[in-house]
Design a binder for this molecule. Sequence first.
Ligand SMILES: *Cc1c(COP(=O)(O)O)cnc(C)c1O
Length: 430
Amino acid sequence: MSFADASSYLSRDISEVDPDIARLLRAEGARQAETLEMIASENFTSRAVMQAVGSVLTNKYAEGLPHRRYYGGCEVVDEVEELAISRAKELFGCEHVNVQPHSGATANEAAYQAVLAPGDRVLAMALAHGGHLSHGLKVNFSGRLYDFHHYGVRRGDCYLDMDQVEQMARELRPKLIVAGASAYPRIIDFAAFRQIADAVGALFMVDMAHISGLVAGGVHPSPVGIADIVTSTLHKSLGGPRAGMVMCREDLGSAIDRAVFPGLQGGPLMHVIAGKAVAFSCALTEEFRARQRQVIANTAALANGLVAGGVALVTGGTDNHLVLVDLSATDLTGVDAEARLDRAGITVNKNGIPFDERPPTVTSGLRIGTPALTTRGLKEAEMTEIAAIISAALRPEISDDEMSGLRTRAQAISHAFPLYPTLTSGTAIG
Ligand SMILES: *Cc1c(COP(=O)(O)O)cnc(C)c1O
């Protein structure tokens, strides 16, 4: 093979090399632009983050930590990881951080591995009440390796039941108590968890995967400095690349680092770590903080509009970036409701609600979040209009004609707020 062949292999455009995938990237870009993305765990990351993630750093092996690598040629990526670390420390005020976890689930796996032995007892929030599968679901690694027990929310108002947490903690004497949720619309009282953990001699971990953007933006209390370990994703409210991270007290730092590598992972994804550094630097700006305040204002406007439209919400409202629609008093299931909103051009996910009587594949709820649309620039007025569209779409008697009218209204909003106007190929580079 001549050099010309090699250079053409290295530089040909994806549209030439793989027209199938190129077409699908364009199609997904168009889908994201033309619908209203309201999956609470999703966001739109910036072109700058995508440029880092789509960069030459994908070529580099860098097992180990900065200046303690198992490979040569790491002088540049060492600087990248050091920047990610120092920015994360500045953003969250943590003593120690490992920025290598590939995802939120892996970050949790590292946290458990650092402080638990197989069979150790853990107390965490029930998945059915808004927790996460990596908090001890039986078929997940967490539930298979450790002895998880679960607290939940109160039957009446569906707020976290701190009395139950305390009672279970005293009875079970867990080694670790975990707080954090995937579908909980209210502020979590980390200090109350800390007190309970101290009372029973447990370690306390917070998984802030969903709310780390709100925490970084100062619109949700921070668990850093309260919990012994704080894990997070980067791609939810924080708006960074698809990835995870673990923060902890200084004295747990080396156990966390060893759990991530060589405990769980091989080489870190240096291109993604560069994306994390970009995301942290963006999150340190006033523009980002203002956007997080807007997320809270937008979710409040959405909640008010839904309640005004006759839609019931779990806990009656929200303090954060999401609402949980309660369909239990209606004939509509979560599956039906998700499909209806899909037809109206609004993407959400069906979600179990606390004490749901329908199975997890059907559910009686919808989880609806605002981070992605807030990043896109939508404000309270658009949220009020979206709430009206959703309320109408969930009415039992809606006709096909009315449904297509709702889709037109949703499309009018998406057209008014163009997404990635410079990225028609669906990729950040080229
Ligand atoms: C999303 C989420 C995770 C998992 O993140 P992945 O990157 O999908 O592995 C873990 N914990 C909570 C609370 C989450 O919401």
